[in-house]
Design a binder for this molecule. Sequence first.
Ligand SMILES: [Mg+2]
Length: 380
Amino acid sequence: MKIARMETFQVPPRWLLLRIETDDGVVGWGEPVVEGRAGAVEAAIGELADYLIGRDPLRIEDHWQVLTKGGFYRGGPVLSSAVAGIDQALWDIAGKARSLPVYDLLGGPVRERVRIYGWIGGDRPDELADHARRQIDGGLTAVKMNGSGELTAIDTPARTRDIVQRVEAVRVAVGDDHDIALDFHGRFTPAMSRRVLPLLEPYLPLFVEEPVVPELTRDIGRIAASTSIPIALGERLFSRWDFRDALQAGIAVAQPDLSHAGGISEVRRIAAAAETYGVSVAPHCPLGPISLAASLQIDVAIPNFLIQEQSLGIHYNESSDLLDYLVDTSVLELRDGHIDRPTGPGLGIEVDEALVRRVAKEHRWRSPIWRHPDGSLAEW
Ligand SMILES: [Mg+2]
């Protein structure tokens, strides 16, 4: 079997899909994208295809080594995401060629269902509480919210208390039998982090995500030591080497993204590295159905899985949503806040290729640019 063709498709709302076809007709799908940089990743795929066309798709590890290291320059979001999508598609092919789910090629399942959480949004505490209640009533057992809007380096008591009141409102709404996770998108300085996180401890969040920007990952130990709240991060780290400082510093939850951190091959290794520090894994996934399907294969295969993100109804998905590109949406259906272990071959999904071809066109989704009142750039 040889790789015969590689095609990419930019599709709404902000995704890039990759189709790899072999000379004997097996098709694998991947989702290689950096949010806001779909065109750059697409160009990288084109460059990597020069090496892959004509080669055996089943030599996944050797291809991973060549694609990540063979170009001399390595790492970073664009290259790592391009490799991630290729890796997903090759595992999809490997599973389909042997009529097995990917997790069966990784040692078999260790769980029967995957716990997921849903996003909640709203400007005011009562709006957030309402949304949380609706998600719990809909069957979810955990929700995640943005912990704040933009923040200055040491923000006012009023802004600080607003953060606390929002969390308090959601805790009251969902009760103690459900979980709340808080994402700060790197908006805290270390000083704000040490000021605010202890105030949130009474509400027992499942975790606090990215309190500071990834450039400060090396210093995350000081923040972890300042609070009893479990610290999560990793959506902007791209390899097991990127995770090394964070694991040593004492994070509680690693959040590699299957579409950014080198795909199924590398996220499985990140999970094993995390396990040696007693760290749980909660794959980041605000993206599309292939990224989620790849995440589920890992979730089912690793012992230290915690909870899975997914983008159903997420604020980014304005023009189309998670399930639009699947022939059979039941494989990603929620039951009691979980998705059942997928049983189909490869990634366990069937992509609606006709729809993908019909709607594919360059999109220009970009991350919002936020500014402080004085005009300087704020972390989004
Ligand atoms: Mg996040």
